[in-house]
Design a protein. Structure first.
Length: 189
């Protein structure tokens, strides 16, 4: 396994935890310290610090600022979904672990779901390559739009939402470079 593969595996393993998924979502809207994350998610300070370090160590979080507090230094972390990261492909077992952590987090969110608009979809099908690429472009655009527009919890005139996507090619049909998606790839090939 080369270095890029091991970095992708480490990143996936670090994010394959329901608490860490919640932290990344929380830190999309604003930078926070471990104490603030602990209060927001009802965790101990030590637990929040541990999870923040794990995410930071694999490059999922950036330190946006540091401030002196009672003789120490508090780091304020932020999750930037729009940044460039190494290839996120990895072994199937790691992807399954991430999917399991995501499903636990989606279940927690569903228990808190309010009335209002929403969408849910499940599909396993064979579609033309052009339709697949267009769908991935739209999913990518929607994900980046919502990450970019995320605001701190409770901001007036905002709606509390949940978005989880998981789209991938199955075995059979076109595979490899031919079926890979890249942001903004033209669909008229």
């Amino acid at each position: 396994m080369d270095e890029a593969d091991s970095e992708a595996v480490a990143r996936l393993r670090a994010t394959a935890h329901p608490v860490r998924l919640r932290i990344m979502s929380l830190l999309t809207a604003e930078a926070m310290s471990a104490a603030e994350v602990a209060r927001a998610l009802d965790l101990t300070h030590a637990n929040a610090s541990y999870h923040l370090r794990q995410l930071h160590d694999v490059g999922e979080l950036v330190v946006e600022s540091e401030e002196k507090i009672r003789g120490g230094v508090a780091k304020r972390y932020r999750y930037d979904a729009a940044r460039e990261v190494a290839d996120r492909s990895s072994a199937i077992d790691d992807r399954i672990a991430y999917a399991r952590a995501s499903s636990v987090e989606v279940e927690r969110r569903l228990r808190d779901a309010g009335r209002g608009s929403g969408s849910s979809s499940d599909l396993e099908a064979w579609v033309p390559l052009e339709a697949w690429r267009r769908a991935l472009d739209l999913l990518h655009e929607a994900s980046h739009l919502l990450h970019a527009e995320a605001r701190p919890a409770g901001t007036p005139d905002t709606v509390h939402i949940s978005l989880t996507t998981n789209a991938f090619t199955m075995s059979g049909g076109l595979e490899g470079d031919e079926a890979r998606w890249a942001p903004g790839r033209e669909t008229d090939r």
